[in-house]
Design a protein around this ligand. Sequence first.
Ligand code: ADP
Ligand code: MG
Length: 732
Amino acid sequence: MSYREQIISEITNQRDLFQTISPEMKGKPISEIYGMNSFNDEAMKKHLPDKTYEALKKIIKEGGRVEPILAEEVAQGLKEWAIGRGATHFTHWFHPMTGLTAEKHDSFLSFSKDGKVIERFSGSNLIQGEPDASSFPSGGLRSTFEARGYTAWDPTSPAFLVEAINGTTLCIPCIFLSYTGEALDKKVPLLRSMDRLSEIAVKFLHLFGNKKVHRVYTTVGPEQEYFLVDKAYYNRRPDLIITGRTLFGAKPPKGQEMEDHYFGSIKERILAFMHDAELELFKLGIPVKTRHNEVAPAQFEIAPLFEDSNVATDHNQVIMETLKKVANRHNLALLLHEKPFLGINGSGKHNNWSMADSDGNNLLEPGKTPHANLQFLTFLIATIKAVYKYSDLLRATVATAGNDHRLGANEAPPAIISVFLGEQLTEILDNLEKNKKADYSDKAIINLGISKLPLISRDNSDRNRTSPFAFTGNKFEFRAVGSSHSIAMANYTLNVIVADILNELYKEIENNLKKEKDFNKAVLKAIIPLITETNSIRFEGNNYDPAWEKEAAKRGLPNKKTAPESLKDIITKKNKDVFIRLNVLSDVEIESIYTILIEQYIKVVNIEVETVLMMAKTLVVPGVVRYQNVLSQSVKNLNSVKGIDAKVLKKESEIIFLYSKLVAELYEKIGKLEVVLDKKEKIAGEDEKANFYCSEIIPLMYGLRETVDALEEYTGDEYWILPKYREMLFVY
Ligand code: ADP
Ligand code: MG
C-alpha cells in the first residue's frame, strides 16, 4: 500500500467508531437532559436550603458579597450535587490572559478526625483558590517572586461538571486576581464593564420612565465557526498540530468556488460528531441552537442562543473546548484558527451584542410607541457614537497574529471599522438629521417618523454580510472577532465605550432638561447632533470593494492592517482614559494587557517561522531531493537509449531544469529566512520585535511558501509526504 492509500484506509475503515452516543442517551428529548451537568436554578433549588437558595439568587441577580456562612451552605449543596453526579474532583476554572481557560484539580479527599477517608468541600474551597500564578502571563504586573494570584468564585456563572471517560470533575467558574487586586484575567474587566453599563443604562431607563428596572444586562450570542480535518491527516501535519494552521499547501483544483458547501446537507460523519457535541453541551446547559455547513469546504458553524455577556463568554470557551474534545473522539481534529487554509475562507465569530433590562426587554428593539422609539434611538445612536469614537480600540480587541490573515482578506470584514444600519434606519437617521434645525416639538417627533418607526425587518437589515459592525434588526453583530478568540475583550470594550457615551449623553440631556421642559425635545436635542458627528463611520456599501478603502481613508477612518500596528491603540491616551474613567481597568492593567498581547503576537509568529523552517528542511527537502533524483535519473537513462528523438530528450530536460530551479530557490529561501531570523536576538524592545516579525519575517515565510507550494504541484504524489489541501478539505 502506498503512503497515501494507507491514510485513506485509516480514514475509511473507522465508520462504526463514530456511533459514540450510548443507546440510552440517543434520541432523548432535550428537555430531559438539558442542564443535567450544570448547577443551574433547578439543581440549586433542590440541593440548597430555601434561605440559602434565596440569598444566592439575590446575589446572582443584583450582585453583592458572598458571606462565609452562605458560602459554606452553598458548598455543601454543590458538593452533594456533584458527588451524586459522580464527581471526585473539583477545580477553579478561570480565564487567564492566554485567551484559553485554566484549571487545577483537587480531589474531594479528606480525613476525618478519626482518620477515616471522607469527601470534603468547604465554603473556603468554593470561594477562593490559589493556583501558582507565576506561569501565567501577567504583562509585568507581578514579578515571579510575588507570583501569588488567587481565583475567586463567580456565582453569576453556574458551576458545571466535566465528564471525562474515566471520571467527572466539578468546575467552578472563577475570576483571577493578583494579591494586590489587579485583574490577571479577562473576566474581571468583563464583570466590571457589565456593572458600569448597567449603572448608566438603568439611569436612562428611569429617565424614560421605566422606574422598576434595576439592572441592565449586556447580551451576547457568539456564532462559532470551525474546520474539521481527519486526524489521520492532522497528525501528519506538524504545522496544524503546532500552529493550528497550514503553513504550506498548494491550492486544490477545487476550492469553494462551486458554492456547494454553505448550508449544504451535512455529511453523515460530521453530523454524528455534531449530535455528540451538542448532547454534551445540552447536558452542560449551554443553549446551542443552530448548526450548518459554512462557506469553505470542511467548515462549519455552531450558534447558541444569546445569554448575558458573562455566561455567554464562559459558555463560548466551553463550546470551543467541548467541540475539540468530542471531535477527537470521532478521529477528527477541530481547527479554531482564523485562517487554517490559505486561499480558503477563514473562520470568525460573529459576536451578536445587545442590552436587555431586568424584565428581559431588549433595548435595541424598536418599540411600539413614539416614546419607546425615542429610547431605542438613544441607545442606538449612543452605540454608533461609541463605535465612531473608539473604532481604533474596537479594532485592537480583535488584533492577533491569526486574525491578521483573515481581516481584509475579502471574506471577512476589513480592518476598517464601519457601522451598517440598513435602509430603513438610515432613512430615519437621515430625516432626523435634515430636521436638526427645526424646533424639537412633539409634532416634530411625529413628522420625523419616529412615532411610525417600523419594526426593523430582519430580512431587510441583515443583507450586508461584509460589514464589521452591522445592525441586524434588534442587535449589533460585531463580525471581526476571530474564531479562536475569547470574546471577553471585545465585549468588555464594547460595554465600556457604550457606557462612556451614555454617561456623556445623560449629562447633556440633564442639562437640556434644565432649560427645556419637553422631555422629547431635550432628548432629541442631545442625540441629533451625534448623527451628524458620526456620519463618517456609517457605511452601507460593500466593505470588500477596494473603492471602500480609498473612501474610508478620505473619511479619516483608521485602517490598521496588522496586529502590531493596531495593538498600539490600546495604550493611546484617549483609549486608556475610557477604561480608567469607568473604573474597568487601571493604567497598569491596560499596560499589562498590551504587553501580553504584543508578546503573544511575537511568540505566535516565532513558533510559526520555526515550524516553517523545520518542515521545509525535514519534510519538504528530503522529498523533493528524492524526486529530483528520479527525474534526473530518467534523463540520464533516456540519453542512453539509442536513436532517441532529440525533442523528447529536450522536453524531459526542461522539466528537470524547471524542477531543480525550484529546488535551488527552496534552499536559497530557507537560507535567507534563517539569516534574517537570527537578527531577532539583537532586537531590544517588544514593539520593535513585533514589527520585525510582522514586516520582515512574515513576508519571507510567504515567499518560502510560494516555492514549496509550486514544488508540491510538480512533485510525484508518493514523494510528497505532507497531506494536501485536496485531501484534508474533502476526504472524510
Ligand atoms: P442569523 O444572524 O444567522 O440570521 P439570528 O439573527 O437569529 O441569526 O441570531 C444569531 C445570533 O444572534 C444567535 O446566537 C442569537 O442568539 C443572537 N441574538 C439574537 N438576539 C440577540 C440579542 N438581543 N442579543 C444578543 N444576541 C442575540
Ligand atoms: Mg448571524
